[in-house]
Design a protein around this ligand. Structure first.
Ligand code: ATP
Ligand code: MG
Length: 180
């Protein structure tokens, strides 16, 4: 399983449709300051269901919609489409390629699609959970976060590792059960 293709339409600084194709292995995105590198990473979190405006480096959820420039009017919607190669069947779905689409309008609310069919946030989350990508997984290390990890106390570093390994949710569940 690997991320194959990402298309942004009206997402943050990407007013016009922009598609990036990734190969298996490591991908580097390079560019001058402010050119939109972090916005590409934000788009990845967003399409996988991110619900926190702060995580997306904005004040409110609508901040992901292209806000306009001196040359171009603001847009009314943002859309991100992520295609994941599933030829190894890592995702629990009978397709060798899975495309997740998230659309948001200024009027509010997000719509999701999985391979073109209307889906709920929960469907997206369930599709991605335990796959090593998606919610509650620290696979996205933001700018400055690396410092935080390197300077973390042993306890919080253990937390990062547990989260990445997927055991944190079980620990949380256990703690909750013991409190009852
Ligand atoms: P650096 O190298 O400094 O980390 P970067 O390439 O990561 O830069 P980003 O943070 O991805 O840059 O992009 C910042 C740019 O995106 C800013 O110019 C900002 O105005 C623009 N931007 C962010 N949100 C929107 C939006 N909703 N509409 C239009 N432009 C936006
Ligand atoms: Mg950046």
């Amino acid at each position: 399983m690997y991320l194959k293709r990402l298309t942004l339409r009206g997402f943050k600084s990407f007013a016009s449709a922009t598609t990036m194709v990734f190969e298996p292995g490591i991908t580097c995105v390079v560019g001058p300051n402010g050119s939109g590198k972090s916005n590409v990473v934000d788009a990845l979190s967003w399409v996988m269901g991110e619900q926190g405006a702060k995580t997306l480096r904005g004040g409110k959820m609508e901040d992901v919609i292209f806000a306009g420039t001196t040359k171009r009017a603001p847009l009314g919607r943002a859309e991100v489409e992520l295609t994941i190669d599933n030829s190894d069947g890592a995702l629990p779905i009978e397709y060798s390629e899975v495309t997740i689409t998230r659309t948001m309008f200024r009027s509010g609310g997000s719509e999701y699609q999985i391979n073109g069919a209307q889906a709920r946030l929960l469907d997206v989350q369930e599709l991605l959970s335990d796959s090593g990508i998606g919610r509650e997984m620290h696979v996205i290390v933001g700018q400055g976060q690396l410092d935080a990890i390197l300077q973390a106390t042993p306890e919080s570093r253990r937390g990062f590792i547990e989260e990445a390994a997927g055991v944190l949710k079980h620990r949380k569940r256990k703690e909750k059960a013991l409190r009852k």
